[in-house]
Design a protein around this ligand. Sequence first.
Ligand SMILES: Cc1cc2nc3c(=O)[nH]c(=O)nc-3n(C[C@H](O)[C@H](O)[C@H](O)COP(=O)(O)O)c2cc1C
Length: 140
Amino acid sequence: MAAVLEASRLAPSAANRQEYKFLVVEDANLRKALVPICRNQDFVGEAPVVVVGCATNPERRYSFVDVAIALDHLALAAHCYGLGTCWIGAFSEDEVKRLLGIPDGVSVVCLMSLGFPAKEGVVRSRKNHGELFSQDRWPN
Ligand SMILES: Cc1cc2nc3c(=O)[nH]c(=O)nc-3n(C[C@H](O)[C@H](O)[C@H](O)COP(=O)(O)O)c2cc1C
């Protein structure tokens, strides 16, 4: 797990501000308590680790982007080590903050479960190249 967290630590951030904090939730009671806060998504309680990505200066323009980049580094590093992750965007921010003692002025951007995948992942569809990329200018 240290190497996976290290990938987040090394992630780039706008102006290298690094205005974020990541709570690594391993306590079983806390993980269980997160389930109803995350719209009863059971996997949240089943994963051995849930990382809570927080922006410590949420008024700043790129604060949420920076947290997302760091979490994505975590996800990619986890994959390299044979671990699985899932983004958790469905949560009550107020309740997460209350449960974990996150102070006012800090925003919870996203959570991410981390653990050994219970089953093989399914490959989900993506838009094709032409729908996403456009040469030089906005497409007509
Ligand atoms: C910001 C964000 C929030 C997400 N929130 C949830 C979530 O709360 N629960 C969940 O099961 N998946 C969540 N996902 C996962 C997406 O549904 C998933 O990545 C997408 O359907 C594509 O599937 P794939 O990652 O397996 O290719 C989230 C993904 C992102 C990027």
